[in-house]
Design a protein around this ligand. Structure first.
Ligand code: NDP
Length: 281
């Protein structure tokens, strides 16, 4: 038996078309959602991400403005721009593309974004709200996309064993909190976990967010498990996930491919947050 493939690309397209309708309704009320993205410097991957965010925003009718700033942008210039956007009522979402050049303090920059416009969900106020169960929180887009993919399998989450491999602030930790909120029993693994294969074998739902190509093996998978691969690794010019996809799909019940799984969902969740921010404004 081979796993059902979770088609993130198709699900993201469905979500975008639902959002396009909401954007049209908001526009009719004079509240066209606005998303401003700030890109500092010339990081090639960041440039691609920002271009995709701009294009998909525009496709569904969101007003997207990209502020492309030079590498040598000063702290004062960047924080000044964020303050200006915080105070602009036509801007509902602000996103600063990371990583920033070394002379800029990412934490300070994120803390400057108004929590009401922090559609990336990285501001400590939003991270804290998520932790205490406040539904108003903007949730980090990648873990929000992971949850949406699992929900759309139709398999109930409540009471299941969810194992998250990785504990970063942008993926692993918020993913763990999101699944806890859905009443799963959650285990978080990391580089000091003693017996990772044994932990993974207990997972009804396994989320891999490590950044190590094809690390998760077939023998680590409980038959029938849902396997969500967040990893994006470039190997010989090809993108691969953290899961040994070809072999794991023989045992898993559901699995996401890389590319075409979690990746497209991240942008869809960003657009959803921007529409929510505009609706609340
Ligand atoms: P980080 O590097 O911030 O975190 C990686 C985590 O994996 C850490 O918690 C680390 O543990 C853990 N880890 C590293 N090695 C091992 C190991 N051998 N065994 C167990 N755990 C280990 O990465 P991110 O969370 O930012 O990203 C993870 C992956 O997801 C990357 O491939 C990234 O490219 C991808 N990604 C994809 C996105 C998408 O849209 N699809 C968006 C964001 C990220 P420790 O804390 O102990 O160091």
């Amino acid at each position: 038996m081979s796993a059902q493939i979770i088609d993130g690309k198709a699900i993201a397209a469905e979500i975008r078309s639902e959002l396009a309708k909401q954007v049209a309704e908001l526009a009719a009320q004079g509240k066209t959602p606005g998303l401003d993205v700030i890109l500092v410097g010339e990081d090639p991957a960041s440039k691609v991400y920002v271009r995709n965010k701009e294009r998909t925003s525009k496709e569904i009718g969101i007003n997207s403005t990209v502020h492309r700033l030079p590498e040598e942008t000063t702290r004062e210039e960047l924080l000044g721009l964020i303050e200006k956007l915080n105070n602009d009522p036509t801007v509902h979402g602000i996103l600063v593309q990371l990583p920033l050049p070394g002379h800029l303090d990412e934490e300070e920059v994120i803390n400057t974004i108004s929590p009401e416009k922090d559609v990336d969900g990285f501001h400590p106020i939003n991270a804290g709200k998520l932790l205490i169960g406040d539904d108003d929180a903007f949730v980090a887009c990648t873990p929000a996309g992971v949850l949406e993919l699992v929900k759309r399998t139709g398999v109930p989450i409540q009471g299941k064993n969810v194992v998250v491999v990785g504990r970063s602030n942008i993926v692993g930790k918020p993913a763990a909190v999101l699944f806890l909120r859905e009443h799963a029993t959650v285990t978080v693994c990391h580089s000091r976990t003693q017996d990772l294969p044994a932990e993974c074998r207990r997972a009804d739902i396994l989320i891999a967010a490590v950044g190590r190509p094809e690390m998760i093996k077939k023998e680590w998978i409980k038959p029938g498990a849902i396997v969500i691969d967040v990893g994006i690794n470039r190997v010989d010019g090809k993108l691969v996930g953290d899961v040994d996809y070809e072999n794991v799909k023989e045992v898993a019940g559901y699995i996401t491919p890389v590319p075409g799984g979690v990746g497209p969902m991240t942008i869809a969740m960003l657009l959803r947050a921007t529409v929510q921010a505009a609706a609340r404004s």
